[in-house]
Ligand binder design. Structure first.
Ligand SMILES: Nc1ncnc2c1ncn2[C@@H]1O[C@H](COP(=O)(O)OP(=O)(O)OP(=O)(O)O)[C@@H](O)[C@H]1O
Length: 595
């Protein structure tokens, strides 16, 4: 029996002609992918539509990796021209290959790279001599009570445990954190006094803190010491050259780490770093003002150990990240779960036309009136808008809080804790909380302000529907948001949702426009409806209006012109006192401030 016969037997009754856009329902955050027959190169199907300039077309990415000569499928013994009897060994090898391909196919795992280790089915498979997982680590893993590894864990764990460089792309909420922490802990094994040996970077302090907490659970009983940089001012005592206590793992944001590296003498030493992991890698590799790439370059340069393992994790990827990885990482394996850059299929996604900015507030109030099922996350585009919406909802008597970059660390920590513990039901946030944060059981995400890009949309809605649970996301839009509507509608369609055809037929935005939009959010009218406090600038204007009114009165003219003038002055006065809405152009102020 040759390969072809085995293939025929294995696939008896299966047809590969049918196209499928909606993914099968998977237990843990996997999304749409096309069926890949065994022995055929699995094609990473780009999510249809790639009009965002920041987005990595999976096809480009595939080409990039293919150019380096990497293989994509398990290599089965080649079928000879003439039918030839396979030896027992060859038949066994073939069977093994078929099993591996079937397991990958079943879990929508696509791999790129040479000699990619086989995926595991159970955490217990890591007990074998091949992986030698620390018994205490296995114990810690089983204490979570997870029935089986998620698809990304199935494939990323063996890859990293075999010391390969990895670029992993898996849907939001699919257990990527465990997939990188487990190999780090196993690799380091026990505490050493040599200093830091593993570095995990994340884009926000909240996310770094969350990874730190998870690391604490997983390192229990191993003796390994993990550190999270809370205050840079305490860094000198905590890990300066004279400090006796040495940590094994450091988890932080790039800006803090770079700051400490730049001190004289440097307060961090990365010469012994054996593991470098970037969580939300595409965000960390973003270039430009206020982005992390420059910081990351300095940090990478400080990790001088040539043997270090490097791993990138994210739910989304961009072309520059793939290029960088190919250029810098040897022995790279690329793992993708489902369709790259797609939304998790556990979230029911809806688009809601709200007419105007004020329609958004009405829509939220209507949702509350109909009954919201907390916890709920509400995303807005700036901290000013977050504050304004908070004030509005607070007066509505909703159990609400707000988190943005302007709040103190203490306030941010308290806010996150209260939301996690269920003391806060509705949390208003900015893009700050868009990535990585794992709030258990968020039932609903409301995109109050339309996301600036589809990458942002994927991460924002990924705060719900995590670890296989169902979730719901409602995205408000107005006439002003139609430019990005098409790409978001396409994402919804790709993950099995329904969208009106007209949205999919809308004009594509150019890459440069999409890029610009992702960087500069739209100007929007204020959310605030309450009376604005009098400012010094307003009082001067009010005085001038009073003066003009007096002059008009003194003249006592009753012609149409004078009456209109008096009316106009009265209206301006109302507006300055905040009793009437501002004229459209004047209201658009508070939208583009930073997060
Ligand atoms: N094997 C598993 N089975 C069930 N749940 C799991 C498993 N592994 C991890 N989880 C849970 O899944 C949730 C999401 O995990 P995690 O935060 O690592 O997701 P993520 O893939 O990093 O998401 P994001 O892309 O949003 O950062 C966590 O609550 C975690 O405890």
């Amino acid at each position: 029996m040759d390969t072809y016969d085995i293939f025929k037997q294995l696939t008896a009754g299966v047809r590969f002609t049918k196209k499928r856009t909606a993914p099968p329902s998977k237990p843990i955050g996997v999304s749409a992918a096309k069926e890949t027959p065994p022995q055929q190169k699995p094609v990473i199907k780009p999510a249809e539509d790639s009009d965002s300039g920041e987005d990595c077309s999976a096809a480009d990415d595939f080409r990039l990796l293919a150019e380096t000569g990497t293989s994509t499928a398990e290599n089965a013994p080649k079928r000879k021209k003439a039918k030839k009897q396979l030896s027992k060994e060859q038949a066994e090898q073939l069977q093994r290959v078929e099993e591996i391909n079937a397991l990958r196919k079943q879990n929508l795992i696509t791999v790129l790279g040479k000699d990619v280790p086989a995926p595991i089915k159970l955490f217990d498979d890591l007990r074998t001599s091949e992986y030698k997982l620390l018994p205490r680590l296995l114990e810690n893993l089983s204490s979570y009570g997870f029935a089986q590894p998620t698809p990304i864990q199935m494939q990323a764990l063996p890859v990293l445990l075999k010391d390969r460089a990895l670029m992993a792309c898996a849907p939001t909420g699919s257990g990527k954190t465990l997939a990188f922490l487990t190999p780090i802990i196993n690799g380091l094994r026990c505490h050493k006094t040599t200093g830091l040996r593993a570095l995990v970077l994340a884009p926000t302090r909240e996310l770094a803190q969350q990874i730190y907490r998870e690391c604490g659970e997983l390192t229990k009983g191993t003796g390994l010491r993990t550190h999270f940089i809370s205050k840079v001012s305490e860094a000198k005592q905590q890990y300066g050259p004279e400090c006796k206590q040495k940590y094994d793992i450091l988890i932080s944001t790039p800006n803090r780490v770079r700051f400490l590296l730049q001190q004289q003498p440097p307060l961090l030493d990365f010469k012994s770093i054996e593991w470098l992991v970037l969580d939300e890698a595409d965000r960390l590799m973003e270039e430009g003002q206020n982005n992390f790439k420059e910081q990351l370059d300095d940090i990478y340069a400080a990790c001088t150990n040539p043997q270090k393992r490097v791993a990138f994790f994210s739910a989304t990827y961009t072309v520059p990240v793939a290029k960088w990885a190919l250029r810098h990482l040897k022995n790279l394996v690329r793992v993708t779960i489902g369709v790259q850059n797609s939304a998790t299929d556990t979230v029911k996604q809806e688009l809601l036309f709200v007419g105007s900015e004020s329609g958004k507030l009405l829509a939220v109030r209507e949702m509350v009136r109909q009954g919201l099922q907390p916890p709920v996350l509400v995303f807005v585009q700036s901290k000013e808008r977050a504050k304004q919406l908070f004030e509005e909802l607070l007066y509505d008597g909703i159990n609400v809080d707000v988190i943005h970059a302007e709040r103190t660390q203490h306030q941010r920590d308290n806010c996150v804790r209260a939301f996690r513990e269920g003391h806060i039901w509705v949390l208003i946030c900015t893009e700050l909380m868009g990535r990585g944060i794992d709030f258990k059981g968020v039932n609903l995400v409301i995109n109050y302000d339309f996301p600036p890009s589809k990458i942002s949309y994927i991460h924002r809605i990924g705060r719900t529907g995590r670890a296989g649970r169902p979730g719901r996301a409602v995205t408000f839009f107005t006439q002003d948001d139609t430019a990005n509507l098409r790409s978001i509608a396409q994402i919804i369609k790709n993950s099995g949702g329904e969208v009106p055809e007209y949205m999919l037929q809308m004009k594509k935005v150019s890459k440069s426009e999409a890029k610009m939009r992702s960087k500069k959010p739209l100007d929007r009218e204020d959310i605030t409806t309450k009376i604005r406090p009098e400012t010094p600038k307003n009082s001067v204007k009010l005085q001038k209006i009073d003066k003009a009114e007096k002059v008009l009165k003194r003249k006592g003219n009753t012609d149409k012109n004078s009456i209109n003038k008096a009316k106009k002055l009265g209206k301006m006065k109302e507006q300055l006192k905040g009793k009437a809405p501002l004229a459209k152009g004047k209201a658009k102020k508070s939208n583009n401030a930073s997060k």
